[in-house]
Design a protein. Sequence first.
Lengths: 418, 266, 313
Amino acid sequence: MTLAAGVSYNTLVVVAGVAAVGFAAGVVGSFGVLRRRALAGDAAAHATLAGVALAFLATGRRDLPVLLGGALVAAIAALGALVLVRRVARTRDDAATAIVLGVSFGLGIALVSGITARGIPGGAGLEQFLLGHAAALTAADALLLAGASAVAVLVVVAGLKEATLVSFDPAFAAATGWPVTLVDYALVTLVAVMVVVGLPAAGAVLVTALVVIPPVAARQWTDRVPTMLPLAGGFGLASAVVGVALSAAAPRLATGPLVVLVAAAIFTASFFFAPRRGWLARRREQRAVEGVWTRGRVLAAAAAPAGEGFLRHEIAARVAGVDAAARRRFDGAWLALVREGALVPARPAATGPADPAGAGGRWRLSTEARGRAADWSRRMRAWDEIVRTRPADARTSLTIDLPDPGTIFRDDATRPPH
Amino acid sequence: MNPAADPPRSGSPPPLLEFHDVTVAYGRRPVLWNIDLVIAAPCLFGVIGPNGAGKSTLVKAALGLVPLAGGSIHFFGRPFAAVRRRVGYVPQRESVDWDFPVTATDVVLMGTYPRLGWFRRPGSRERTLARECLARVGLADVAGRQIGRLSGGQQQRVFLARALAQEADVYVLDEPMAGVDARSQDLIFRVLADLRAAGRLVVVVHHDLRSAAEWFDRVALVDMRLVATGPTADVLTAENLQRTYAGRLDVLDELGRAVAGRGRTT
Amino acid sequence: MFFESSKTPVWAVVATLVVAALRPARCPAEPALPRVMATTSVVADLVRQVGGDRVVVECLMGAGIDPHSYRATPRDADRLSRARLVVASGLHLEGKIAELLSRLARRTPVVAVADRLPRERLLPVSDELFDPHVWFDAALWSGCVPPVRDALAALDPGGADAYRAHADAYVRRLMTLDERVRARLATIPERRRVLVTAHDAFRYFGRAYAVEVVGVQGTNTESEAGLADINRLVELVASRGIPAVFVETSVSDRNVTALREGARARGHAVGIGGTLYSDSLGGPGSGAETLEAALEANVETIVRALAGGDAPP
C-alpha cells in the first residue's frame, strides 16, 4: 500500500510519533553537539536497554510508559555514573564514556537475553528496543512520544538564552551569577529524555544518530543559535518523515535504520553543499584565494621587464619554479589574465588568429594592468617591511589579498592621552 | 614602600575593592599568600607581576571563580555575590569555543542577561545598548559577524563591549592585551580611560611593564605576595622590580628606558 | 587449565582433590537410561513419543522460548555435549546455535529431523532456505518419525523393536489427527478461513488444511516488520472482514496491536482470536504439552474465533 493511494492510519500514527521525536531530537541535541558532549548521550542511550529490561522484570508490565520510565532512570543513572567515573576515578572523558557505555550495554544485553532464554511470558519483544519498532507504534504510544517531545522543545526554547550562555562561556556565566551546574544538569537531563523518547523510533543503538546528525548538519548552514535549532529540528523531522515514507513504500524495510540513513544523507549533502562551511564552497574559496595571489605574483613578475615584452616561460620560471602544483596554478592565473585582457601579445597578429602570440611569442602587460602590477608590488614591499619589523601586527591584520597597510595602521606610535 | 593600604580612607563610603589577608591555593600549593590590598577610589588600576605570580588568580578569587583558602574580598564593603550586577568581567580569551555559532552582537547581548533574569528575552533596549557598546569599541561594522571570523584584537574588543553592556561600576579585565595588535590595544586603553573618567574603577591584569608604566594610575606589584602598591611611578622602581623580577634583566632594561622616558610626574 | 594457572595456590588444589574424593560414589544399581537432548519442545515431544520410557529426554529450549533467536549459553553447550544423542528440528530453525550443533556433530550423533524430509514437500523461503515450521502439518511431521526411530535404534539396539512399534503407532495417530483437523477446519466458511498471526509459522498448516495464512513478520522473527507490512495486513483484514487475528506465545504482540488499531480506524473491529502455539509447545499444566494436544488446541482456538458470527472481544 503506497502513499499514493491515500495515507493509512498506521502510517499517520507512525509519522506523527516519529516526526515529533525527530524534531525534538534535533533541537535538544543541538546543545549536546555545541557543548561537545555528544558521546555522553550515546552512553545514556546504550544504558536504556538495561533500564527497559529491569522495568519489565520489576513490574511484569510491557506497556510503553512503564518501559520508557525504566529507560529514563537508567539513562540518568548512566550520566551520573559518567560524572562519578570522571571525577572519583580520575578518568579522562573518552575512557569514562567507553566504560559506562560498555558496562551498561553489556548488562542490558545480558538481561534481555536472559529474559528471552528463560521464556518469561511477555519477554519476547524486549529485543525490539535495540533497533526500534517504529512500525508498530500505537496511537497511545505516538501521543506519549509527541507529548514528551513537545515539553522538551518548550523547555529549550524558554531557556534558550541561559542554555546558550552556559554552553558558550561558562566562566562568564558563573561570574555573572548564573547557576552553571544547574543549567548544565538540566541540559544533560533533556538529552537523556530525548534519548529515551527516541527509543521506539530508532532503538538504543541508533537513537544517538537522531540526536547528533541533524544538529551537525544544521551547523553547516548557519552561524547563529536561534537559526540552528529550528533548522536541526527541521532536518530531524524531514529524516523521520522521509524514513517512514520509504519504509511504508516497500515491504520488509525497518523504519528506524531508514530514518537514520535519511539523516545521514542530509548531513552528507550539507557537508558538501553548505554555502560557506561546505566542502565545495571552501574549496572554491581556496581556489579563488590562490588565484588572487598567483595572479598578483604574475603581474608583479611581468611588471619588471620592459621593452620587447617577455616570454611566458620566463615568467613561469620566476613565479612557479618546477613544482607541478605551482605550475598548474600559474597556468590558471595566466589564462585568467589573458582572458581579462591584462596580458596582451607584444606584437598583435604575430602568428595569425588561430594562435595569438602562441608559446613562442612575446607578451606584455596592458596599460591598465601595469597600474595594478605596480600597486601590487608596492603593497608587497610594504607588507614585507611590516612582517619584518612588526610581526605581531602582520599576524593579526595581513590577509592574502594584500590590503593597503595605510588603511589599517596609523603611522604614529600608540600614545596614551595623558 | 609600604605594601599595605593606600591613602587612609575617610569615614564615608567603603572602599571599592578590598582584599583582606587573602590566601589562595591550587591543591596543596599556595598561589597567593596573605594579600592585603585596598582600592578606595575609581582609577585605572594595573595588577602587574611575572608569569605565574598569581595575578590572574587574584582577580578570579575576587569574582568567586576560585575558592579562598583564607581571608576575604569585598566590593563596596560587601561580598561579591551580593553585588554581582555592579561588577563587569572580561575573562582571558582562551576558554572560549571560537566555532560556536554566535555573532559579535549575540556575545555583547550576553552582558545584559543578568539584568533580564530567567526566561526573559533581550528587547529593543538591550539591543540598542549592545549596538552602542559595539560602536564604542569600534566594531559597529562587524556586529553581525560570527566571532571566529574576527581578528584577535576584534575578539578582545567584543568581550570588552560585553562588559560595557553590563553597565557596571567596577570592571575587571584579565590579560585583555594578550595577542592583540597595537591598534586594538590602543583603542581598548582609550575605552578604559573613558570609563575611569566616568567614575568607574577599572582593574586590569597586565603583563607588559612598558605599557603599564604609560597607562595605569596605580598598580599592584604581585609575586605570590603583594610586593608594593600605589601610584605607578612609586611602585615601578628599579628596587621593587629587582626584587620581583630578579634575573629577568631584559625586562628591567626596557622598563628603565620607559620610566626614564616618561619622567616622574608627581 | 586449572592447573596451568601459576597463580592457583597449592592449598586450593589439594582441597579440591580432597573434596572430590569424599563425594559419595554413585551406586551402580541399574544402568542409567540414555540421555537424549532435544532442542525445541516440539522435537522433545517427538523423541518422547518414539522413545517411550527407554530414554530420558531433556529439552534445551523450554516452553515459550523463540528458537529463531535463542543463543546458547556455556551451560547449554555442556549439557548438549554430555548427551548420547542430540535431536534438532533443522532447516535453520535453530539459527543461532547452528555452529554449535555442527561442531557437536563430530563427537555426538546429531539428527536434524526436518532436514531428512524430501525437498519437494517443503516450502521454500528463498533460493536456498526452506520454511522450517513443518510440525503443524501432521502428515508431513510423520515423515520425521523414521529418522528418530533409526537414531534411537542405533543408540540402543536392544530397544529397536520397541522403537519401531512406538513409531508406527505414533504415525498412525498423526494421520488420524491430520484428517480430524482438516474436517474441523472445514467447518469455517472459506471466506473467513484466514489466519493472521504474528509471524509466518503456519504456512505448512495452511497448505495442509486449506487455510489462508498471513504473518506480520516474516518466517524468521529476527526480521523487523516494516510499516508497509502492517499497512498491507490492515488492508487485508479490513477489506476481507476477518474477525480475529492471533498472537503467539513466543513472539511479541506489539505488531498485532498496531494492526488491530489500524483496522479499527477503518471501521473494522478485529479481535484477538487467542494465543496460538507456534514455535514451542505449552508448559506443564497448559494442556498442550504434546504436539497433538497443541495442534488440537490451536485448531479449537481458530475455529472458535473464525467460525462464529461475531468477532471476539
